[in-house]
Design a protein around this ligand. Structure first.
Ligand SMILES: *[C@@H]1O[C@H](CO)[C@@H](O)[C@H](O)[C@H]1NC(C)=O
Ligand SMILES: *[C@@H]1O[C@H](CO)[C@@H](O)[C@H](O)[C@H]1NC(C)=O
Ligand SMILES: *[C@@H]1O[C@H](CO)[C@@H](O)[C@H](O)[C@H]1NC(C)=O
Ligand SMILES: *[C@@H]1O[C@H](CO)[C@@H](O)[C@H](O)[C@H]1NC(C)=O
Length: 156
């Protein structure tokens, strides 16, 4: 009984610890961007959120999401930030995918974990076809010790 309760408390602490992490999208473009987040567990997608120039979209870690980032409020052909935290492994898996499109292909786009020893995707302007983005069979997923992930569209 005691150990079950301790285990539950441990689990609760782990859940709280995990959900404290966030996935952020910083809109460094000079125009509004539009975001829909689709949980990878099949849950409902969020409503379209408008993020003004200079503002952040922030979501607490879920079981994992595809965060669709577009320059159009129909969120057509979005650049997609994909992340999946795995509490058991203590890792978060992440990539930038242009499978559905990339309205920011003419800009530098960066996906940076807060832990600077982990891999940062720094996709140069005009590199839409490069290995920086996951596309089709070209999967560029990296793993990091669970940490915040910040994607900057139209980065310097
Ligand atoms: C956006 O998020 C980044 C990374 O968490 C943070 O450094 C920055 O201060 C935030 N900016 C705004 C305007 O909230
Ligand atoms: C979004 O894109 C569609 C298709 O390209 C276009 O018809 C529509 O006008 C665009 N909407 C905005 C707000 O730019
Ligand atoms: C940062 O990431 C490295 C590599 O995954 C890991 O060894 C290190 O413990 C992490 N640091 C923190 C503070 O999580
Ligand atoms: C945002 O864009 C401006 C203008 O290009 C640049 O000076 C600045 O460093 C960029 N910020 C980030 C976080 O990339």
């Amino acid at each position: 009984m005691y150990s079950a309760k301790t285990a539950l408390l441990g689990l609760a602490a782990w859940v709280v610890g995990t959900s404290a992490q966030s996935a952020v999208v910083l809109n460094n473009c000079t125009f509004d961007i539009f975001i829909i987040s689709s949980p990878t567990n099949g849950g409902a997608s969020t409503a379209v959120e408008t993020i003004a120039s200079g503002a952040n979209y922030t979501e607490a870690y879920t079981t994992g999401s595809a965060i669709k980032v577009a320059a159009n409020n129909t969120v057509e052909s979005p650049l997609t930030v994909e992340y999946t935290p795995n509490g058991q492994a203590g890792l978060v898996y992440y990539d930038l995918s242009n499978n559905a499109g990339n309205p920011f292909a003419d800009f530098n786009n960066v996906l940076a974990p807060s832990n600077s020893s982990c891999f940062t995707f720094n996709c140069a302007a005009g590199s839409a076809g490069s290995a920086c983005y996951s596309n089709g069979g070209n999967i560029q997923v990296k793993a990091c010790t669970i940490t915040d992930l910040t994607t900057t569209v139209c980065a310097a």
